[in-house]
Design a protein around this ligand. Structure first.
Ligand code: V47
Ligand code: SF4
Length: 389
């Protein structure tokens, strides 16, 4: 493996890129300037080979997925992010949806007897859905199925809930954690740089607020993920600034599990005039993320956003996780024009997708504990065993 990567580095014409390649090979951290140079000058074969080298050094061929479903309590939202195809303003709430606690509990009960390990709860910011409402929901889900991991709420939702309840971030996070919240998903981060944020999501929690909520969760012993919405009006330097802020917080807390670059999709939103990135740029984004985020154990390609075939391709460009079965329980990405209009994959389909990429499919829980290694299992065996679907 190392001989190949040495050959790739030696064959690179640009001496500055060769120096970056050597740093990566020698486990040295690359700087923001190095990251910018990779975005500006490096071809996909170069960053791709390096990212694959790092991925295999960390995880070999292991590629994780999980069995999960989403609950989207509402798409009514007080904010008006211009990239969002999913939300409806409070003034037009009759066009949106708003689930009751019983309806959400019934969704959870619909998975009784099925081997899901995680529920992902995220939605719009509805002014009437309070901290107390969500704490009650968490308690009821845990009372029904204590072992189900609840990954829920972005800092956008949390910041609004805490402020309305007049609670500090510390007290609010502690309260929800005690009610049953296990970890935080990565959403709401978008692009941290204020000059971009004010154009695409001016009124919601800023970078400092987002990072503070994740830091507080980490201090409570909770884990979380981080995302970056890329491929719209941001410049490469904004991507580096975003990743650098996350890398610094991770140095401090070690609480992030996964970094998830999210490709901007441009259907039915106020940024439909902005073209979507192409596949080469997508793969370069994943590869450079793997090289830059050296203290993030995992890099995830979220298949409902990227489409399953491009998600499969990312497995050669640094990615070691493709998220879960989903079971057609999320609308954020289909409404934004993803090719996955009804995102759902069986365990057998996920295993096949990973095996086709010549990787080793491993089911994980939210915290990356191995649940089952499918590398030596025939996919037909999965279908006949209902416990595995
Ligand atoms: O913050 C909204 C993004 C995010 C669009 O932690 C869009 O495991 C592209 O964060 N085009 C929420 N992206 C989803 C999210 C997430 C998803 C899956 C797994 C995890 C995890 C987290 O969705 C938002 C925003 O960045 N988003 N609209 C759009 N048009
Ligand atoms: Fe609301 Fe989230 Fe959509 Fe922004 S991205 S409008 S905060 S649902």
């Amino acid at each position: 493996m190392s001989t190949n990567i040495q050959q790739v580095i030696a064959a690179e014409q640009n001496p500055a890129l060769r120096t970056i390649g050597e740093k990566i090979m020698n486990r040295q951290r690359i700087t923001p300037e190095d990251g910018l140079l990779l975005f500006e000058k490096a071809g996909l074969p170069f960053v791709g080979a390096l990212a694959n080298f790092v991925r295999e050094r960390l995880h070999g061929d292991t590629t994780y997925f999980n069995r999960n479903f989403h609950i989207e309590p509402t798409n009514v939202c007080v904010f008006a992010c211009s990239f969002c195809s999913y939300s409806r303003l409070y003034a037009h709430r009759e066009e949106g949806w708003e689930l009751t606690t019983d309806q959400m509990l019934n969704i959870v009960k619909g998975y009784d007897g099925k081997p899901v390990t995680e529920v992902h709860i995220v939605g719009g910011v509805h002014p009437k859905l309070t901290l107390e409402f969500f704490a009650d929901l968490l308690r009821k889900i845990k009372a029904h199925r204590p072992e189900l991991h609840i990954k829920g709420f972005t800092p956008v939702e949390l910041d609004y809930m805490f402020r309305k309840a007049k609670m500090s971030v510390e007290d609010g996070m502690k309260y929800l954690h005690e009610a049953g919240l296990d970890s935080l998903p990565g959403g709401g981060a978008e692009i941290f740089a204020p000059e971009v944020r004010e154009k695409i999501c001016a009124d919601k929690v800023d970078a400092i607020g987002w990072l503070k909520i994740h830091e507080t969760a980490h201090q409570l012993g909770m884990h979380s993920n981080a995302t970056m919405l890329y491929g719209h009006i941001e410049e490469f330097r904004h991507r580096i600034d975003h990743m650098e802020r996350l890398r610094q917080l991770q140095d401090k807390t070690g609480g992030f599990n996964t970094f998830i670059p999210l490709k901007f999709r441009n259907k039915e939103n106020d940024m439909s005039n902005v073209p979507e990135s192409g596949v080469i740029e997508d793969m370069r984004m994943y590869a450079i993320a793997r090289l830059y985020m050296d203290n993030f154990p995992h890099l995830k390609a979220y298949w409902p956003m990227l489409g399953r075939h491009n998600a499969q391709l990312t497995l050669s460009f640094g990615v070691n996780d493709i998220d879960g079965t989903i079971d057609d329980s999320t609308k954020i990405y289909s409404m934004a024009g993803s090719e996955e209009q009804n995102p759902a994959m069986t365990t057998a389909q996920l295993v096949t997708l990973i095996k086709q990429a010549k990787r080793k499919p491993v089911e994980r829980d939210t915290l990356y504990k191995v649940i089952h290694d499918y590398s030596n299992m025939d996919v037909n065996q999965i279908d006949v065993n209902p416990q595995m679907n």
